[in-house]
Design a protein around this ligand. Structure first.
Ligand SMILES: *Cc1c(COP(=O)(O)O)cnc(C)c1O
Length: 364
């Protein structure tokens, strides 16, 4: 029997979400971030869907950029984590990848290598995330050296990354924005600050280049409170529907336990549906008893620990449930963000951990 577990991916919705991202700040351009296999959705399929409208893509590393080039994507690709060595720089120059300089070591590699033509360079500034980026006091000297290098195009972009954009009211946002402009004001360069959350909820962060990732995949990157107040969040179109089927049904009596560890105990006589999806298919093992699952479009509750290949769900209150009926784990009427919260994680993690066993079925 074919495994009924699949992730339906609506590429038309990706395109609509991209257009929404671009429309938020039409004066700037929107980089489509497709790292981590396009957040689990399939990098090639997503990049092809956006190829005609996105001016550039963003990935984490060379391997991810190469995958897109091999598939015929010709747009520039920004390597978000910078370069590790001269070999990578030469390949990047050849393949029209854009590079980020986020340390003096990378600056040295870039200006001292012999490359065939000048490259587009982004300079990353550490304004408070303290993960990657140049300290504020090294930016002027770095830009100066880049300007003087024949390896560098003259359209340098200054960038930074915000630590708390999902909480627009967090004071670290304004502090990071102030630090960024205190440095950027000395240059007439393009800037790039916003990820999806900042683009949606922090107007002061919008710039020449905005870097949209999570929102392209149809879920709000904002905290649930901020999300409920955000006009753009309401306009995002769901991209992924994770679904499977009921493969067994049984009745248990009050006091019976269900699943590994027996940690769900029936407090009434109950009907339990077994669904062919588990943590081996990308459903989070951390999902707690009570996590919602849609059975025939109605909310049922997870009952018992998530197994590798199956989950068990209490369907006592849903009438007419049969073997073969559809179960939706997340999608339009049950967001991945809600399920992630029940599992102590975020939708980003659930998307990117989707394994290859789960068939992707594309709709345009
Ligand atoms: C991943 C990433 C993004 C996209 O972030 P989202 O929250 O998914 O929009 C933007 N910028 C950088 C530097 C990133 O690494």
């Amino acid at each position: 029997m074919t495994r009924p577990t699949e992730a339906q991916i609506n590429l038309g919705a990706v395109v609509e979400n991209y257009r929404l991202a671009q429309s938020i700040y039409p004066d700037g351009q929107c980089l489509a971030v497709v790292k981590a296999n396009a957040y689990g959705h399939g990098a090639i399929a997503v990049a092809k869907a956006l190829d005609a409208i996105a001016p550039a893509f963003g990935v984490a590393c060379m391997e991810e950029a190469d995958e897109l080039r091999s598939a015929g994507i010709e747009a520039p690709i920004l390597l978000l984590e910078g370069l590790n060595n001269t070999e990578e720089l030469l390949l990047a120059a050849e393949k029209n990848y854009w590079v980020i300089v986020d340390s003096l070591q990378q600056l040295t590699i870039l200006i001292s290598s012999d490359i065939p033509k000048p490259m587009q360079v982004w300079v990353k500034i550490d304004t408070g995330m303290h993960r990657l980026g140049l300290p504020l006091n090294e930016v002027a000297n770095t830009v100066d050296q880049l300007n003087r290098s024949s390896n560098v195009q003259d359209n340098i972009v200054l960038m930074t990354h915000l630590a708390c954009a999902d909480e627009p009211d967090n004071t670290l946002n304004s502090l990071q924005l102030e630090r960024f402009s205190s440095v950027a004001k000395d240059f007439e360069l393009n800037s790039s600050i916003a990820n999806s959350a900042a683009l949606m909820a922090l107007p002061a962060s919008r710039g020449n280049w905005n870097r949209a990732g999570y929102m392209l995949y149809g879920s709000s990157p904002l905290s649930s409170l901020s999300s409920s107040k955000n006009d753009y969040a309401a306009k995002l179109k769901t991209v992924m529907t994770l679904k499977s089927e009921i493969i067994a049904l049984r009745d248990v009596v009050k006091g019976d336990s269900v699943g590994y560890g027996g940690n769900w105990v029936a407090d009434r006589n109950s009907r339990i549906a077994t669904i062919a999806i588990g943590y081996g298919d990308g459903y989070p093992r951390g999902a707690q008893n009570g996590t919602p699952v849609l059975v025939n479009g109605q909310r049922a509750r997870l009952a018992g620990r998530v197994s590798m290949d199956m989950i068990t769900v209490d369907v006592t209150d849903i009438t007419g449930v049969k073997i073969g009926d559809e179960a939706v784990l997340w999608g339009n009427d049950l967001t991945i963000n809600e399920v992630a919260q029940c599992a102590g994680t975020i939708g980003y993690e659930l998307m990117t951990r989707m394994p290859s066993r789960t068939r992707r079925v594309y709709e345009s």
